[in-house]
Every structure is written in C-alpha cells, then in structure tokens.
Design a protein around this ligand. Sequence first.
Ligand SMILES: [Zn+2]
Length: 175
Amino acid sequence: MQPNSLPMEMRYSAAKAMFQPMNGSPVEPDELWMEESLRAARRALDAGEVPVGAVIVHQGKIVGRGFNRNLLDSDPTAHAEVVALREAGAAVGNYRLSDCELFATIEPCAMCAGAMVHARIRRLVYGADDPKAGAVGSALHVLNHPALNHRMEVRGGVLAGRCAEILQEFFRSRR
Ligand SMILES: [Zn+2]
C-alpha cells in the first residue's frame, strides 16, 4: 500500500517505518522536519497570522524555528523563514549557515530567498508552491539565479497538500 493512501497519522508512522535505518544511525527524512514546520505554521494560524512555518536543521537538530509574525511584531520582514534564520544564526554563532537545511511550508518569497542566499543555506525543502510570490521559480527566480554565485539544493512539494490546506483554512476563515 502506498503511504499516501493512508490517513495522516498512519502515513506519518509509515514514513518513519520506511526510513528505519539499517545500521541504527538516525535518519531524518524531509517529511519529519516538514511536520515541525507545519507545527510552527499552526502557531501562526492560532495567532491570526498568515500560517507559514519554517525550521532550520543543523547536524540533525533544529537550530531555528519561525512562523509568520508580521502583525505580532509590526515587522514587515518577520516571515517564518527570516525569523528562523535569525534564531539559527544566534544558535550556531555565525551568520553563515552553510551546513544548514531550511524547511518551509510554502515556497519562499523574494525577500526570504534573498536572506537564504545571504546565509548560504545549503539546502531548501519546501511544501506548496506559491504561484503569486514564490521566488524559487513560480513567480520569480531568485534562488539559483545565474547572476548569483551561491547554489542551493532545492526540493519542493514535501507534504504540499497539508501545507496548502492550512493556508486555505486561514483565507477561508477571513472571508
Ligand atoms: Zn518571505
């Protein structure tokens, strides 16, 4: 049976089972970190913010976590990814985060993609595409733009349905 045909909780444990390491070393698939980003997005939703969440992982540990807090902080730059980058920089003690992976529920915007390039993030994993503002190719192409030196590994579409669903829930509730 394909994991996608299972209910969400079962899918989660099926994903874990599928990634059981053979040699006992910890293996953390992208889906498990995305669950953490979704948890952060849920906190944004509870706070009445646009529900986007992000976590930054360094050597198998979360070093930065963020959700959108533009309203909470009266800060136009307080997107989930930027909040997570600030926390990760402080945790790692370096503004360069070249050993880090960032997991975001939605394709990052131009500002966040730019911030990730400044941080030299090694790898980006995101959930749903953002056709209106996504800067990983949907609306703009900031990440891996030919004019920029930094190359970032990118994987999109991880738990995309659930990442989009929480946004839809938010916009539905505001109508
Ligand atoms: Zn952004």
